[in-house]
Design a protein around this ligand. Sequence first.
Ligand SMILES: Nc1nc2c(ncn2[C@@H]2O[C@H](COP(=O)(O)OP(=O)(O)OP(=O)(O)O)[C@@H](O)[C@H]2O)c(=O)[nH]1
Length: 392
Amino acid sequence: MPCYSIHPSNHPSTARASTTEDDYMYPSSTTPSMEDLPEAEVPHTDPVPPRFHTGRLPNSKAGDGKPRLLLMGQRRSGKSSISSVVFHKLPPSETLYLETTTRIKKESMHSFMDFQVWDFPGHLDYFDPAFDVDNIFEEIGALIWVIDAQDEYLEAISRLNMTILNLQQSYPNINVEVFVHKVDGLSEDYKGDTFRDIIQRVQDELSDQGYENAPVSFYQTSIYDHSIFEAFSKVIQKLIPQLPTLEALLNSLCSTCHIEKAYLFDIMSKIYIATDTSPTDIGSYEICSDYIDVVIDVSEIYGWDRPTENGDAESQETGNNDAESLITMERKGNNYLYLREINKYLALICLMGDDSPADKKAVIDYNVGVFQAALKQVFPRAEREIAVPDQP
Ligand SMILES: Nc1nc2c(ncn2[C@@H]2O[C@H](COP(=O)(O)OP(=O)(O)OP(=O)(O)O)[C@@H](O)[C@H]2O)c(=O)[nH]1
């Protein structure tokens, strides 16, 4: 059995528990990586001067600097389930017991980049003048609109279109991501028909209102398979300005080492933040995603605390030298899988073809080391400074 380990002290679930950056956040008792923010806005009555989109990149440091993913849609469409399954690792079957959301639920995600997930109650009319629309939409990274494909969806489509048209004036650059959700319960034919019908209706209604080529993307999703993670990966990738560079680095790694497909994964959520530009298929994503689970499970059993060289907290948090970056290769059908922990948030997973990577492992190791070094330069979060408490 090849060796591997994602070191427990380096493991995201442990590492992120200690990250407290915002005064106004308090740690969640159940999940260390997510933090509940104080409750939703209380509608305020003061007149709000109109403000317009600044054209900043969504994750540029403005305000709290954390792009928001807003989860909106009709009641019971599955918004809270999506957030719980992707970011809290809730088993999908347990979402049956989730209570309906009554106030905006804000959570902060500490990972390769910080972002927030805001789960909106289905019934809320956020364009009511009592709400501070700016406060909701100004730092937005993406608006994720969830439509229950197993239910009557005309009302959901008209609310979506109303929202897009309302936002178009002040925030024309917002990415609108439509999750045609709960497709697990539908036959293949019905699923395809429903998906096409929803796309057609949204586009037709928007163009009837004079809004052609609206920036809306559609995904078929379910919490019962990997589709929700794939969709989230694509949504998150749009928020990463360095994506083209990451893809170029992965392309170069793939061609140098004869790698068929390479993914850069966020270990905790199993969202992939970049992949090389060869065609992606859900099968290879599934293999890699399952493999992360195996490595994490095994490392939680067999991992051990490695003392830091000088014992200081910073090197413990950020240190990820060779000793903590271990490798596994495994035969899977005709493929080899290669996993390397890049830092405490990210892991590189590669699918390789027939010629045994074991013969050229040294070359792969070397090139992955080069990739890792380049990543640190282009993607500052790879070397993120962790706040170290002042010494008395
Ligand atoms: N079959 C299926 N059911 C799902 C899926 N996602 C969520 N559900 C179910 O849908 C129901 C409603 O889910 P919630 O997450 O509470 O929906 P919500 O949109 O947050 O609802 P509100 O809080 O009322 O706005 C739950 O019983 C979930 O188990 C899915 O992908 N497939």
